[in-house]
Design a protein around this ligand. Structure first.
Ligand code: AQP
Length: 360
C-alpha cells in the first residue's frame, strides 16, 4: 500500500490525547476498538454522513484500532439494483479514503466479504426480541407508507445485523450520527443479554456521537434529516457536488423568519446551515455568527457556498484519483477483508463454544 495520501483535512481532534474530547458521550478510552459502517445506497455519501460520522472516524484512527466497513448487506434492506450495487460499494469505499480514512491505519472492507457478520447476525437474532425491534423508530419511519404484508423482514432485522457488525469485532466505541442512537441502545441490550446468558463475551459498545453536527438536517426542510434515499434532490449536498450545484442548492436552502444570522431553537434552518459552515471550516459557530453580525442571509449563504466549495474540491479530486486506480483499491479492500476476517473468526470461535455449537 502507501499510494494513498492522508486525508486532505485533519480535524482538531488530533493530538488531544487518548480520550474522546469533551462534548462526546460517555467513555474515557485510552485505546479502544472502533467499528462503524456506511451503506452504499448512493454513488457517494452526503455532507451529513461526513459531518455526523466520517470526520469522527478520521480523527479516531489516530489513536484507536479502527474497523470501517461498507455495509452492503444493510443496503439490501430497501430495494436495490444488482447492476449498481458493486459499483456503489467500490465508490463508497473510495469516498471513505477521499474523506481521510487511511487504509494503512484503519481496516477498510466490504461487509459481505466477511461471512461472520451474517453468521453472528443469525445467532443474535435468536437473542433479540420482537418487542425491542418493533420499537425502532427507523423501522417505523421506513415502513410507514408500506402495506404490512409488503414490509421487508430485512428492514425489521436491520439493527440485529448492525449489532453483529460491531460485536463480531468486539467493538467498544461506535462513532455514528444521532439517527443511530436507538440502534446502539438495542445493540448494548443484546450484548448484555448474551453476556448474562452465555458468559462474558462482548464488551458493551459505547456510542460516540458528536455534540455538534450529529443530525444534519435537510436543506429544504429543517425538520427532517438530510437523507440519501429521499426523493427530494435539494435536501442534501452530495460530497461530489460541483461548485455550481452547491451554489444553487445553498441559494435555494430554506431560511427562517428575520434576517439575523444566529443559532437558536427559533431558527432551525439557520442553525443547521451554521452547523454545516462551522464543520467544514473547523470554526466555532459563534465566530461565524460574529462574522455575519451586520449582514443578512444573502451574504451568509454566499460565504457558506464558497466554504463548501473549498471543502469539497479536494474530496472530489481525491475521489476521482482513487477510482482511477481500481487495482490499488482492490488491494486495500482485499487486505481489509483478510484482517477483518481474522478478528471476526476468533470472536465466532468463542461465540460458538459458549452457545454450544460444537460436537461434544
Ligand atoms: N443527516 C445526518 N446527519 C448526521 N449524520 C448522519 N448520518 C446519516 N445521516 C446523517 C450518519 O452517517 C453514517 C452512515 O449512514 P448510513 O449510510 O448508514 O445511512 P443512514 O444513517 O440510514 O442515513 P442516510 O445516509 O441518509 O442513508 P439512507 O437514506 O440510505 O438511509 C451513520 O453513522 C449515520 O448515523
Amino acid at each position: 500500500m502507501g499510494l494513498y495520501r492522508r486525508g486532505s483535512r485533519s480535524h482538531d481532534f488530533e493530538n488531544k490525547g487518548r480520550r474522546p474530547q469533551a462534548g462526546f458521550e460517555k467513555g474515557s478510552w485510552e485505546m479502544a476498538r472502533v467499528f462503524s459502517g456506511v451503506q452504499p445506497t448512493a454513488e457517494v455519501p452526503h455532507l451529513g454522513n461526513y459531518i455526523g460520522a466520517f470526520r469522527q472516524w478520521v480523527a479516531l484512527q489516530d489513536q484507536h484500532e479502527c474497523f470501517f466497513c461498507v455495509v452492503d448487506l444493510h443496503s439490501l434492506t430497501v430495494p436495490w439494483d444488482p447492476k449498481l450495487l458493486g459499483q456503489r460499494s467500490r465508490q463508497t469505499a473510495a469516498s471513505l479514503i477521499a474523506s481521510g480514512i487511511d487504509p494503512e491505519r484503519s481496516v477498510l472492507f466490504l461487509q459481505s466479504e466477511v461471512a461472520e457478520h451474517t453468521e453472528l447476525s443469525w445467532i443474535l437474532t435468536c437473542v433479540s426480541r420482537m418487542g425491542e425491534l418493533s420499537r425502532m423508530t427507523q423501522f417505523k419511519d421506513k415502513s410507514r407508507n408500506l402495506e404490512r404484508d409488503s414490509i421487508g423482514t430485512g428492514l425489521y432485522m436491520y439493527p440485529v445485523l448492525m449489532a453483529a457488525d460491531v460485536l463480531a469485532y468486539r467493538g467498544e466505541l461506535v462513532p455514528v450520527g444521532d439517527d443511530q442512537r436507538q440502534h446502539l441502545e438495542l445493540m448494548r441490550n443484546i450484548a448484555e443479554r448474551f453476556n448474562r446468558d452465555f458468559g462474558e463475551t462482548f464488551p458493551v459498545p459505547e456510542p460516540y456521537i458528536p455534540a455538534e453536527g450529529a443530525r444534519i438536517m435537510a436543506l429544504d426542510d429543517p425538520t427532517r434529516k438530510m437523507d440519501k434515499s429521499s426523493d427530494r434532490p435539494n435536501n442534501l449536498i452530495w460530497m461530489n457536488d460541483p461548485p455550481e450545484v452547491v451554489r444553487r442548492k445553498i441559494a435555494r436552502a430554506v431560511t427562517d423568519s428575520g434576517r439575523e444570522v444566529t443559532a437558536g431553537s427559533d431558527k432551525p434552518a439557520i442553525t443547521n446551515l451554521l452547523t454545516i459552515y462551522a464543520a467544514v471550516t473547523d470554526r466555532p459557530v459563534a465566530a461565524i455568527e460574529r462574522e455575519y453580525e451586520d449582514k443578512g442571509y444573502g451574504d451568509f449563504k454566499m460565504g457558506l457556498s464558497e466554504a463548501l466549495i473549498d471543502f469539497l474540491g479536494p474530496f472530489r479530486s481525491r475521489y476521482l484519483e482513487i477510482l482511477d486506480d481500481p487495482g490499488q483499491l482492490d488491494k486495500v479492500l482485499d487486505s481489509g477483508a483478510a484482517r477483518a476476517k481474522e478478528v471476526a473468526h476468533q470472536t465466532m470461535q468463542s461465540v460458538r463454544e459458549r452457545i454450544g455449537l460444537r460436537r461434544s
